[in-house]
Design a protein around this ligand. Structure first.
Ligand SMILES: *Cc1c(COP(=O)(O)O)cnc(C)c1O
Length: 223
């Protein structure tokens, strides 16, 4: 248990140091603690340390853990980092504050419809997932289709998109992909770039991430 606190403090420290080291290009990223597969008890440990931004990959797992955690802890911002199925839109919008994995028209239409029918005070943020490696089986919009998809989301459907996210291919230098994502954000006028995980968050800070997604570096290895 105290190991999680130690890991957490170490990561926070490293982030602060890299922000200073790369002060010219860093965009002051915030830490998303990726808590997928970890129990509510473990999550509570770092909520008690002051962490408020978390990420999960699955709608059902998030509902199970975060309905309670959100009701007993104020100010939580929960990000969906895994694929969003079109039959899970309603529960996803209920439990999550930020959806990072928008990648096709069908889910955009359904999200918009749900938001129009359910007026809430919650102000969601939406990011488009970009397949920066143009990998065949990977989800995400291909680089050369992002601009058109973004235009369609914002102008045709009127869904506000706030940023882009990427997961670089495993065997490639991540900074190339982080650079592509940040330049794409700037060209398209998007504030947020979600990039960088436990193994590569240093480069993500250097290349201008606004959100880092760190799981095992805090909670330990996933079984
Ligand atoms: C699991 C996951 C992370 C966190 O990965 P770690 O290597 O544990 O830091 C980040 N982003 C996404 C999309 C993930 O699925």
């Amino acid at each position: 248990m105290s190991e999680i606190i130690n890991n957490y403090k170490k990561i926070i420290n490293q982030i602060e140091n890299y922000k200073k080291e790369f002060s010219r290009t860093s965009r002051n990223p915030e830490l998303i603690a990726v808590s997928k597969t970890f129990s509510s008890d473990k999550i509570q440990i770092i909520i008690d340390e002051g962490q408020r931004i978390f990420g999960e990959n699955k709608v059902q797992e998030a509902q199970k853990k975060w309905t309670k955690l959100k009701s007993t802890n104020k100010g939580i911002e929960l990000h969906l980092l895994g694929p969003l199925q079109s039959n899970k839109i309603k529960p996803a919008l209920e439990i999550f504050d930020v959806i990072q994995t928008i990648d096709r028209e069908k889910v955009v239409v359904k999200i918009k419809k749900h938001l129009d029918l359910n007026v809430t005070e919650k102000k969601h943020k939406f990011f488009i997932q970009v397949n920066t490696g143009n990998e065949e089986q990977k989800s995400g919009v291909k680089i050369n289709e992002v601009e058109e998809f973004l235009e369609w989301c914002t102008k045709k459907i009127n869904l506000n998109i706030n940023g882009l996210m990427c997961i670089p291919p495993v065997n490639e230098e991540p900074s190339i992909h982080f650079n592509i994502l940040r330049e794409l954000c700037d060209r398209l006028g998007l504030v947020h770039s979600s990039m960088g995980m436990t193994i590569d968050f240093k480069a993500a800070i250097q290349f201008g991430a606004t959100y880092l997604r760190i799981g095992s570096g805090i909670f330990g290895p996933r079984s």
